[in-house]
Design a protein around this ligand. Sequence first.
Ligand code: SAH
Length: 469
Amino acid sequence: MDYEMALSDAEQGWFPISLRLKNERVLLVGGGEVAVNKGRLLLDHGAKIEVVAEHLNAIIQGWVDLGVVDYIGQSVKEDILKEIIPGCRLVYAATDDRAVNRVVARLADELRVPVCAVDDPAPSSFITPAQVRRGSVRIAISTAGGAPVLARRLREEIEGWLPEGTGSLASYMRSRRMKVSTRYPDVQNRKRIWEDFLDGRGAEYARSGDAEKADQILDNLLDGYAKNGEVWIVGAGPGDPDLLTLKALHCMQNADVVLYDNLLPKVLLERVRRDAELIFVGKQKDRHAMPQDLINEEIIKHARAGQRVLRLKGGDPFIFGRGGEEVESLMQAGVAFKVVPGITAASGCAAYAGIPLTHRDCAQACLFVTGHARADGQLDLPWSDMADRRQTVVIYMGISTLPLLMEGLKEHGLPSDWPVAVVERGTQTTQRVVVGTLGDIAQKVRELDVKSPALIIVGKVVGHRVVSL
Ligand code: SAH
Protein backbone atom coordinates (compact mmCIF):
# COMPACT_ATOMS: atom_id res chain seq x y z
CA MET A 1 0.00 0.00 0.00
CA ASP A 2 1.44 3.37 -0.91
CA TYR A 3 -1.10 5.33 1.11
CA GLU A 4 -1.64 5.44 4.83
CA MET A 5 -4.70 3.89 6.39
CA ALA A 6 -6.77 6.82 7.65
CA LEU A 7 -7.93 6.70 11.24
CA SER A 8 -11.39 5.20 11.57
CA ASP A 9 -14.18 7.76 11.82
CA ALA A 10 -14.54 6.91 15.51
CA GLU A 11 -10.84 7.53 16.07
CA GLN A 12 -11.25 10.86 14.32
CA GLY A 13 -14.04 11.56 16.78
CA TRP A 14 -17.08 11.62 14.45
CA PHE A 15 -20.00 10.55 16.57
CA PRO A 16 -23.22 9.64 14.75
CA ILE A 17 -26.50 10.93 16.17
CA SER A 18 -29.95 11.74 14.83
CA LEU A 19 -30.81 15.30 15.73
CA ARG A 20 -34.45 16.42 15.91
CA LEU A 21 -34.67 19.46 13.66
CA LYS A 22 -38.44 19.89 13.44
CA ASN A 23 -39.22 23.60 13.92
CA GLU A 24 -35.61 24.31 14.78
CA ARG A 25 -33.80 27.25 13.24
CA VAL A 26 -30.95 26.38 10.93
CA LEU A 27 -28.72 28.92 9.29
CA LEU A 28 -27.92 28.21 5.66
CA VAL A 29 -25.17 30.37 4.23
CA GLY A 30 -25.17 30.29 0.44
CA GLY A 31 -27.66 30.65 -2.37
CA GLY A 32 -26.46 28.29 -5.10
CA GLU A 33 -26.77 24.62 -5.94
CA VAL A 34 -24.91 23.35 -2.89
CA ALA A 35 -27.21 25.34 -0.65
CA VAL A 36 -30.25 23.98 -2.53
CA ASN A 37 -29.19 20.40 -1.79
CA LYS A 38 -28.78 21.05 1.91
CA GLY A 39 -31.92 23.21 1.95
CA ARG A 40 -34.02 20.37 0.51
CA LEU A 41 -32.73 17.98 3.12
CA LEU A 42 -33.43 20.45 5.92
CA LEU A 43 -36.95 21.26 4.68
CA ASP A 44 -37.61 17.57 4.50
CA HIS A 45 -36.92 17.38 8.22
CA GLY A 46 -39.13 20.33 9.12
CA ALA A 47 -36.33 22.76 9.92
CA LYS A 48 -36.87 26.52 9.77
CA ILE A 49 -34.23 27.74 7.41
CA GLU A 50 -32.71 31.19 7.51
CA VAL A 51 -30.67 32.02 4.47
CA VAL A 52 -27.78 34.42 4.20
CA ALA A 53 -26.38 34.82 0.68
CA GLU A 54 -25.37 37.44 -1.81
CA HIS A 55 -27.45 35.90 -4.57
CA LEU A 56 -30.30 33.44 -4.45
CA ASN A 57 -30.86 31.07 -7.32
CA ALA A 58 -34.36 30.50 -8.65
CA ILE A 59 -35.12 27.52 -6.40
CA ILE A 60 -34.19 29.22 -3.15
CA GLN A 61 -35.92 32.41 -4.29
CA GLY A 62 -38.98 30.22 -4.85
CA TRP A 63 -38.80 28.93 -1.25
CA VAL A 64 -38.48 32.51 0.03
CA ASP A 65 -41.48 33.57 -2.04
CA LEU A 66 -43.48 30.65 -0.68
CA GLY A 67 -42.51 31.68 2.84
CA VAL A 68 -40.89 28.33 3.75
CA VAL A 69 -37.46 29.94 4.08
CA ASP A 70 -36.49 33.28 5.62
CA TYR A 71 -34.07 35.41 3.69
CA ILE A 72 -32.12 37.21 6.38
CA GLY A 73 -29.35 39.06 4.69
CA GLN A 74 -27.37 39.54 1.61
CA SER A 75 -23.94 40.06 2.95
CA VAL A 76 -22.03 37.36 4.67
CA LYS A 77 -20.65 39.73 7.28
CA GLU A 78 -19.17 38.64 10.56
CA ASP A 79 -21.20 40.93 12.78
CA ILE A 80 -24.48 39.85 11.19
CA LEU A 81 -23.58 36.19 11.44
CA LYS A 82 -22.56 36.61 15.07
CA GLU A 83 -26.04 37.80 15.85
CA ILE A 84 -27.88 35.06 14.02
CA ILE A 85 -25.79 32.01 14.82
CA PRO A 86 -26.49 31.78 18.59
CA GLY A 87 -30.22 31.41 17.91
CA CYS A 88 -29.67 28.42 15.60
CA ARG A 89 -29.42 24.69 16.22
CA LEU A 90 -27.10 24.16 13.26
CA VAL A 91 -25.21 26.09 10.65
CA TYR A 92 -24.50 25.02 7.08
CA ALA A 93 -21.76 26.92 5.32
CA ALA A 94 -22.76 26.09 1.75
CA THR A 95 -21.46 28.87 -0.49
CA ASP A 96 -19.23 27.81 -3.37
CA ASP A 97 -16.34 29.76 -1.87
CA ARG A 98 -14.32 27.57 0.46
CA ALA A 99 -12.70 30.53 2.19
CA VAL A 100 -16.08 32.08 3.01
CA ASN A 101 -17.32 28.72 4.30
CA ARG A 102 -14.30 28.51 6.56
CA VAL A 103 -14.97 31.96 8.05
CA VAL A 104 -18.55 30.92 8.79
CA ALA A 105 -17.31 27.65 10.29
CA ARG A 106 -14.87 29.43 12.56
CA LEU A 107 -17.51 31.88 13.80
CA ALA A 108 -20.04 29.16 14.49
CA ASP A 109 -17.44 27.06 16.21
CA GLU A 110 -16.45 29.94 18.47
CA LEU A 111 -20.11 30.29 19.39
CA ARG A 112 -20.31 26.49 19.99
CA VAL A 113 -23.05 26.00 17.41
CA PRO A 114 -22.49 22.83 15.32
CA VAL A 115 -21.41 23.74 11.81
CA CYS A 116 -20.82 21.90 8.57
CA ALA A 117 -18.69 23.51 5.88
CA VAL A 118 -19.91 21.51 2.90
CA ASP A 119 -17.31 19.11 1.43
CA ASP A 120 -14.69 20.42 3.84
CA PRO A 121 -14.51 18.26 6.97
CA ALA A 122 -11.47 19.96 8.52
CA PRO A 123 -13.19 23.13 9.79
CA SER A 124 -16.54 21.38 10.34
CA SER A 125 -17.85 20.21 13.68
CA PHE A 126 -20.39 17.91 12.03
CA ILE A 127 -20.72 16.23 8.66
CA THR A 128 -23.80 14.98 6.87
CA PRO A 129 -23.77 11.29 5.98
CA ALA A 130 -25.18 9.83 2.78
CA GLN A 131 -28.48 8.15 3.57
CA VAL A 132 -30.83 5.40 2.58
CA ARG A 133 -34.36 5.84 3.90
CA ARG A 134 -37.33 3.50 4.12
CA GLY A 135 -40.10 4.90 6.33
CA SER A 136 -38.75 5.15 9.86
CA VAL A 137 -35.66 3.18 8.90
CA ARG A 138 -32.60 5.12 7.98
CA ILE A 139 -29.11 3.94 7.13
CA ALA A 140 -26.46 6.63 7.28
CA ILE A 141 -23.15 6.13 5.51
CA SER A 142 -20.17 8.15 6.49
CA THR A 143 -16.60 8.05 5.27
CA ALA A 144 -15.57 10.70 7.80
CA GLY A 145 -15.97 13.20 4.96
CA GLY A 146 -13.02 11.62 3.18
CA ALA A 147 -14.61 9.80 0.24
CA PRO A 148 -18.08 11.20 -0.53
CA VAL A 149 -18.28 9.51 -3.93
CA LEU A 150 -17.67 6.14 -2.29
CA ALA A 151 -20.38 6.94 0.26
CA ARG A 152 -22.81 7.64 -2.56
CA ARG A 153 -21.83 4.43 -4.34
CA LEU A 154 -22.42 2.43 -1.16
CA ARG A 155 -25.74 4.15 -0.81
CA GLU A 156 -26.75 2.96 -4.27
CA GLU A 157 -25.71 -0.59 -3.41
CA ILE A 158 -27.68 -0.55 -0.16
CA GLU A 159 -30.66 1.02 -1.95
CA GLY A 160 -30.69 -1.95 -4.28
CA TRP A 161 -30.39 -4.47 -1.53
CA LEU A 162 -32.74 -3.11 1.13
CA PRO A 163 -36.23 -4.58 0.66
CA GLU A 164 -38.94 -2.12 -0.27
CA GLY A 165 -41.14 -3.00 2.71
CA THR A 166 -38.49 -2.30 5.34
CA GLY A 167 -40.36 0.83 6.39
CA SER A 168 -43.63 -1.05 6.99
CA LEU A 169 -41.76 -3.80 8.79
CA ALA A 170 -40.26 -1.24 11.19
CA SER A 171 -43.69 0.33 11.75
CA TYR A 172 -45.23 -3.05 12.46
CA MET A 173 -42.54 -3.97 14.97
CA ARG A 174 -42.87 -0.64 16.66
CA SER A 175 -46.63 -1.04 17.00
CA ARG A 176 -46.30 -4.52 18.56
CA ARG A 177 -43.41 -3.65 20.82
CA MET A 178 -45.47 -3.12 23.98
CA LYS A 179 -47.36 -6.36 23.48
CA VAL A 180 -44.15 -8.37 23.25
CA SER A 181 -42.40 -6.66 26.13
CA THR A 182 -45.41 -7.10 28.40
CA ARG A 183 -45.40 -10.85 27.77
CA TYR A 184 -41.62 -11.15 27.92
CA PRO A 185 -40.04 -8.50 30.13
CA ASP A 186 -36.60 -10.11 29.86
CA VAL A 187 -34.54 -8.36 27.18
CA GLN A 188 -32.77 -11.49 25.93
CA ASN A 189 -36.02 -13.40 25.42
CA ARG A 190 -37.65 -10.48 23.74
CA LYS A 191 -34.78 -10.11 21.37
CA ARG A 192 -35.00 -13.80 20.50
CA ILE A 193 -38.69 -13.57 19.71
CA TRP A 194 -38.12 -10.67 17.38
CA GLU A 195 -35.21 -12.43 15.73
CA ASP A 196 -37.30 -15.54 15.17
CA PHE A 197 -40.01 -13.31 13.79
CA LEU A 198 -37.58 -11.68 11.37
CA ASP A 199 -36.26 -15.08 10.30
CA GLY A 200 -39.73 -16.40 9.47
CA ARG A 201 -42.66 -15.53 7.23
CA GLY A 202 -43.99 -12.98 9.71
CA ALA A 203 -41.50 -10.42 8.50
CA GLU A 204 -42.60 -10.91 4.90
CA TYR A 205 -46.23 -10.32 5.84
CA ALA A 206 -45.33 -7.20 7.80
CA ARG A 207 -43.29 -5.93 4.87
CA SER A 208 -46.20 -6.31 2.53
CA GLY A 209 -48.54 -4.66 5.04
CA ASP A 210 -50.55 -7.78 6.00
CA ALA A 211 -50.77 -7.16 9.75
CA GLU A 212 -53.31 -9.90 10.34
CA LYS A 213 -51.10 -12.71 9.08
CA ALA A 214 -48.04 -11.17 10.71
CA ASP A 215 -49.94 -11.13 14.03
CA GLN A 216 -50.79 -14.82 13.75
CA ILE A 217 -47.14 -15.66 13.44
CA LEU A 218 -46.08 -13.33 16.21
CA ASP A 219 -48.74 -14.78 18.51
CA ASN A 220 -47.53 -18.30 17.79
CA LEU A 221 -44.04 -17.27 18.70
CA LEU A 222 -45.25 -15.63 21.90
CA ASP A 223 -47.21 -18.74 22.90
CA GLY A 224 -44.82 -21.43 21.86
CA TYR A 225 -41.61 -19.81 22.92
CA ALA A 226 -39.38 -21.94 25.08
CA LYS A 227 -36.07 -20.78 26.36
CA ASN A 228 -33.73 -23.12 24.56
CA GLY A 229 -30.37 -22.27 23.20
CA GLU A 230 -29.03 -23.49 19.92
CA VAL A 231 -25.67 -23.91 18.28
CA TRP A 232 -24.59 -22.88 14.83
CA ILE A 233 -21.49 -24.53 13.47
CA VAL A 234 -20.46 -22.22 10.72
CA GLY A 235 -17.75 -22.20 8.09
CA ALA A 236 -16.34 -18.71 7.58
CA GLY A 237 -14.29 -19.50 4.47
CA PRO A 238 -10.55 -19.12 4.02
CA GLY A 239 -10.19 -15.47 4.98
CA ASP A 240 -11.46 -12.98 2.44
CA PRO A 241 -14.54 -11.54 4.21
CA ASP A 242 -16.34 -11.29 0.87
CA LEU A 243 -16.30 -15.09 0.76
CA LEU A 244 -18.57 -15.36 3.79
CA THR A 245 -21.93 -16.80 2.87
CA LEU A 246 -25.02 -14.71 3.59
CA LYS A 247 -26.05 -17.36 6.09
CA ALA A 248 -22.70 -17.19 7.90
CA LEU A 249 -23.00 -13.41 8.09
CA HIS A 250 -26.52 -13.73 9.39
CA CYS A 251 -25.33 -16.06 12.17
CA MET A 252 -22.47 -13.68 12.98
CA GLN A 253 -24.94 -10.84 13.33
CA ASN A 254 -27.28 -12.76 15.61
CA ALA A 255 -25.11 -14.86 17.90
CA ASP A 256 -24.86 -14.20 21.63
CA VAL A 257 -21.56 -16.05 22.02
CA VAL A 258 -18.87 -16.79 19.44
CA LEU A 259 -16.17 -19.43 19.85
CA TYR A 260 -13.25 -19.14 17.46
CA ASP A 261 -9.65 -20.31 17.09
CA ASN A 262 -6.36 -19.37 15.44
CA LEU A 263 -7.38 -20.34 11.92
CA LEU A 264 -10.01 -17.65 11.88
CA PRO A 265 -8.60 -14.46 10.34
CA LYS A 266 -9.14 -11.43 12.57
CA VAL A 267 -10.86 -9.42 9.81
CA LEU A 268 -13.73 -11.88 9.98
CA LEU A 269 -14.28 -11.26 13.67
CA GLU A 270 -14.95 -7.62 12.87
CA ARG A 271 -18.15 -8.77 11.18
CA VAL A 272 -19.50 -10.29 14.38
CA ARG A 273 -22.21 -8.37 16.23
CA ARG A 274 -20.52 -5.94 18.55
CA ASP A 275 -22.07 -7.01 21.81
CA ALA A 276 -21.59 -10.75 21.26
CA GLU A 277 -19.24 -12.42 23.71
CA LEU A 278 -16.08 -13.63 21.96
CA ILE A 279 -14.36 -16.72 23.34
CA PHE A 280 -10.98 -17.77 22.00
CA VAL A 281 -10.52 -21.54 22.09
CA GLY A 282 -7.35 -21.80 20.03
CA LYS A 283 -3.68 -22.08 20.84
CA GLN A 284 -2.38 -19.40 23.17
CA LYS A 285 1.29 -18.51 22.99
CA ASP A 286 3.34 -21.33 24.57
CA ARG A 287 0.20 -23.21 25.45
CA HIS A 288 -1.79 -25.97 23.87
CA ALA A 289 -5.10 -25.41 22.18
CA MET A 290 -8.15 -26.06 24.32
CA PRO A 291 -8.81 -29.81 24.02
CA GLN A 292 -11.78 -30.68 21.82
CA ASP A 293 -13.88 -32.10 24.66
CA LEU A 294 -13.48 -28.89 26.64
CA ILE A 295 -14.56 -26.90 23.59
CA ASN A 296 -17.59 -29.16 23.27
CA GLU A 297 -18.42 -28.63 26.95
CA GLU A 298 -18.10 -24.88 26.59
CA ILE A 299 -20.45 -24.86 23.60
CA ILE A 300 -23.03 -26.98 25.41
CA LYS A 301 -22.82 -24.90 28.59
CA HIS A 302 -23.71 -21.69 26.73
CA ALA A 303 -26.47 -23.33 24.69
CA ARG A 304 -28.05 -24.72 27.87
CA ALA A 305 -28.03 -21.22 29.31
CA GLY A 306 -30.37 -20.30 26.44
CA GLN A 307 -27.81 -18.56 24.28
CA ARG A 308 -27.30 -18.67 20.53
CA VAL A 309 -23.85 -20.08 20.25
CA LEU A 310 -21.80 -19.63 17.12
CA ARG A 311 -18.85 -21.94 16.57
CA LEU A 312 -17.08 -20.06 13.82
CA LYS A 313 -14.52 -22.04 11.86
CA GLY A 314 -12.09 -21.30 9.09
CA GLY A 315 -13.05 -22.86 5.74
CA ASP A 316 -15.75 -25.50 5.93
CA PRO A 317 -16.61 -27.07 9.30
CA PHE A 318 -16.84 -30.58 7.88
CA ILE A 319 -13.52 -30.56 6.06
CA PHE A 320 -10.69 -31.22 8.50
CA GLY A 321 -12.59 -28.96 10.85
CA ARG A 322 -13.64 -31.37 13.59
CA GLY A 323 -17.20 -30.18 12.97
CA GLY A 324 -18.24 -33.82 12.99
CA GLU A 325 -17.04 -34.32 16.55
CA GLU A 326 -18.77 -31.18 17.74
CA VAL A 327 -22.03 -32.21 16.15
CA GLU A 328 -21.87 -35.67 17.76
CA SER A 329 -21.43 -34.18 21.20
CA LEU A 330 -24.36 -31.83 20.60
CA MET A 331 -26.55 -34.75 19.54
CA GLN A 332 -25.67 -36.59 22.73
CA ALA A 333 -26.37 -33.53 24.84
CA GLY A 334 -29.72 -32.99 23.10
CA VAL A 335 -28.87 -29.46 22.01
CA ALA A 336 -30.39 -28.10 18.78
CA PHE A 337 -27.86 -27.21 16.11
CA LYS A 338 -27.36 -26.39 12.49
CA VAL A 339 -24.31 -26.56 10.27
CA VAL A 340 -23.52 -23.87 7.71
CA PRO A 341 -20.98 -24.81 5.05
CA GLY A 342 -18.14 -22.51 4.11
CA ILE A 343 -15.73 -22.26 1.21
CA THR A 344 -13.00 -24.71 2.05
CA ALA A 345 -9.33 -23.74 1.74
CA ALA A 346 -8.91 -25.96 -1.33
CA SER A 347 -11.55 -24.06 -3.32
CA GLY A 348 -10.57 -20.64 -2.02
CA CYS A 349 -6.81 -21.07 -2.46
CA ALA A 350 -7.14 -22.71 -5.87
CA ALA A 351 -9.39 -19.98 -7.22
CA TYR A 352 -7.30 -17.12 -5.86
CA ALA A 353 -4.06 -18.72 -7.03
CA GLY A 354 -5.47 -19.38 -10.50
CA ILE A 355 -5.14 -23.16 -10.33
CA PRO A 356 -8.10 -25.29 -11.48
CA LEU A 357 -8.43 -28.29 -9.15
CA THR A 358 -9.65 -30.52 -11.94
CA HIS A 359 -8.89 -30.17 -15.63
CA ARG A 360 -10.14 -32.29 -18.50
CA ASP A 361 -6.63 -32.80 -19.79
CA CYS A 362 -4.94 -34.02 -16.65
CA ALA A 363 -7.05 -34.43 -13.53
CA GLN A 364 -10.21 -36.54 -13.42
CA ALA A 365 -10.32 -36.56 -9.64
CA CYS A 366 -9.27 -34.48 -6.69
CA LEU A 367 -8.23 -35.87 -3.35
CA PHE A 368 -8.20 -33.91 -0.08
CA VAL A 369 -5.78 -35.33 2.49
CA THR A 370 -4.36 -34.19 5.80
CA GLY A 371 -0.62 -33.85 6.24
CA HIS A 372 -0.95 -33.84 10.01
CA ALA A 373 1.46 -36.33 11.54
CA ARG A 374 0.49 -38.91 14.17
CA ALA A 375 1.85 -38.57 17.69
CA ASP A 376 4.89 -40.69 16.68
CA GLY A 377 5.72 -38.22 13.89
CA GLN A 378 4.68 -40.64 11.13
CA LEU A 379 2.23 -39.94 8.34
CA ASP A 380 -0.62 -42.36 7.96
CA LEU A 381 -1.74 -41.78 4.36
CA PRO A 382 -3.16 -43.70 1.39
CA TRP A 383 0.11 -43.32 -0.51
CA SER A 384 -0.59 -45.42 -3.57
CA ASP A 385 -3.93 -43.63 -4.13
CA MET A 386 -2.16 -40.31 -3.75
CA ALA A 387 0.47 -41.22 -6.33
CA ASP A 388 -2.13 -41.73 -9.07
CA ARG A 389 -1.17 -39.32 -11.86
CA ARG A 390 -4.65 -38.57 -13.23
CA GLN A 391 -5.69 -36.49 -10.26
CA THR A 392 -4.93 -33.51 -8.08
CA VAL A 393 -3.94 -34.01 -4.46
CA VAL A 394 -4.67 -31.20 -2.02
CA ILE A 395 -2.92 -31.43 1.30
CA TYR A 396 -4.20 -29.57 4.36
CA MET A 397 -2.02 -29.02 7.44
CA GLY A 398 1.04 -30.20 5.57
CA ILE A 399 3.56 -27.40 5.93
CA SER A 400 5.52 -28.86 8.84
CA THR A 401 5.60 -32.32 7.23
CA LEU A 402 6.22 -31.06 3.68
CA PRO A 403 9.62 -32.79 3.17
CA LEU A 404 8.20 -36.13 4.37
CA LEU A 405 5.15 -35.74 2.14
CA MET A 406 7.19 -34.97 -0.97
CA GLU A 407 9.56 -37.88 -0.29
CA GLY A 408 6.63 -40.24 0.24
CA LEU A 409 5.04 -39.31 -3.08
CA LYS A 410 8.33 -39.85 -4.90
CA GLU A 411 8.84 -43.23 -3.22
CA HIS A 412 5.40 -44.26 -4.42
CA GLY A 413 6.20 -43.48 -8.02
CA LEU A 414 5.73 -39.80 -8.82
CA PRO A 415 8.67 -38.17 -10.63
CA SER A 416 10.80 -35.55 -8.98
CA ASP A 417 9.70 -32.86 -11.49
CA TRP A 418 5.99 -33.42 -10.69
CA PRO A 419 4.37 -29.97 -10.19
CA VAL A 420 3.50 -28.66 -6.72
CA ALA A 421 2.16 -25.31 -5.52
CA VAL A 422 1.94 -24.00 -1.99
CA VAL A 423 -0.58 -21.28 -1.18
CA GLU A 424 0.03 -19.41 2.04
CA ARG A 425 -2.85 -17.45 3.64
CA GLY A 426 -4.95 -18.04 0.54
CA THR A 427 -7.61 -15.43 -0.38
CA GLN A 428 -6.23 -13.05 2.22
CA THR A 429 -4.58 -9.74 1.33
CA THR A 430 -1.21 -11.25 2.23
CA GLN A 431 -1.61 -14.40 0.11
CA ARG A 432 1.63 -15.89 -1.32
CA VAL A 433 1.90 -18.61 -3.94
CA VAL A 434 5.06 -20.68 -4.34
CA VAL A 435 5.34 -22.95 -7.36
CA GLY A 436 7.86 -25.78 -7.71
CA THR A 437 8.16 -29.54 -7.98
CA LEU A 438 8.24 -32.54 -5.65
CA GLY A 439 12.02 -32.22 -5.81
CA ASP A 440 12.46 -28.57 -4.89
CA ILE A 441 9.32 -27.24 -3.20
CA ALA A 442 10.41 -28.07 0.35
CA GLN A 443 13.56 -26.05 -0.03
CA LYS A 444 11.72 -23.10 -1.63
CA VAL A 445 9.18 -23.08 1.15
CA ARG A 446 11.94 -23.12 3.74
CA GLU A 447 13.81 -20.29 2.05
CA LEU A 448 10.71 -18.13 1.75
CA ASP A 449 9.75 -18.97 5.33
CA VAL A 450 6.20 -20.01 4.40
CA LYS A 451 4.07 -20.48 7.50
CA SER A 452 0.77 -22.07 8.40
CA PRO A 453 -1.97 -21.75 7.22
CA ALA A 454 -0.77 -22.98 3.87
CA LEU A 455 -2.20 -25.46 1.43
CA ILE A 456 -0.28 -27.81 -0.82
CA ILE A 457 -1.60 -28.57 -4.30
CA VAL A 458 0.08 -31.47 -6.12
CA GLY A 459 -0.54 -32.38 -9.75
CA LYS A 460 -0.35 -31.34 -13.35
CA VAL A 461 -3.09 -28.74 -12.86
CA VAL A 462 -0.42 -26.55 -11.28
CA GLY A 463 0.98 -26.20 -14.81
CA HIS A 464 -2.38 -24.81 -15.92
CA ARG A 465 -2.07 -21.95 -13.48
CA VAL A 466 -3.39 -18.69 -14.89
CA VAL A 467 -2.85 -15.29 -13.41
CA SER A 468 -5.27 -12.58 -14.47
CA LEU A 469 -3.92 -9.38 -15.99
N1 SAH B 1 -11.90 -26.50 7.80
C1 SAH B 1 -10.81 -25.87 7.10
C2 SAH B 1 -9.50 -26.62 7.23
C3 SAH B 1 -8.99 -26.73 8.61
S1 SAH B 1 -7.45 -27.56 8.73
C4 SAH B 1 -11.21 -25.70 5.63
O1 SAH B 1 -12.21 -26.25 5.18
O2 SAH B 1 -10.50 -24.97 4.93
C5 SAH B 1 -6.32 -26.24 8.70
C6 SAH B 1 -5.58 -26.24 7.38
O3 SAH B 1 -6.39 -25.69 6.37
C7 SAH B 1 -4.37 -25.35 7.38
O4 SAH B 1 -3.26 -26.03 7.96
C8 SAH B 1 -4.15 -25.12 5.91
O5 SAH B 1 -3.58 -26.23 5.28
C9 SAH B 1 -5.59 -25.04 5.42
N2 SAH B 1 -6.03 -23.65 5.33
C10 SAH B 1 -7.06 -23.09 5.94
N3 SAH B 1 -7.20 -21.80 5.59
C11 SAH B 1 -6.23 -21.55 4.70
C12 SAH B 1 -5.83 -20.41 3.95
N4 SAH B 1 -6.49 -19.25 4.06
N5 SAH B 1 -4.76 -20.52 3.13
C13 SAH B 1 -4.09 -21.68 3.01
N6 SAH B 1 -4.42 -22.78 3.70
C14 SAH B 1 -5.46 -22.73 4.53
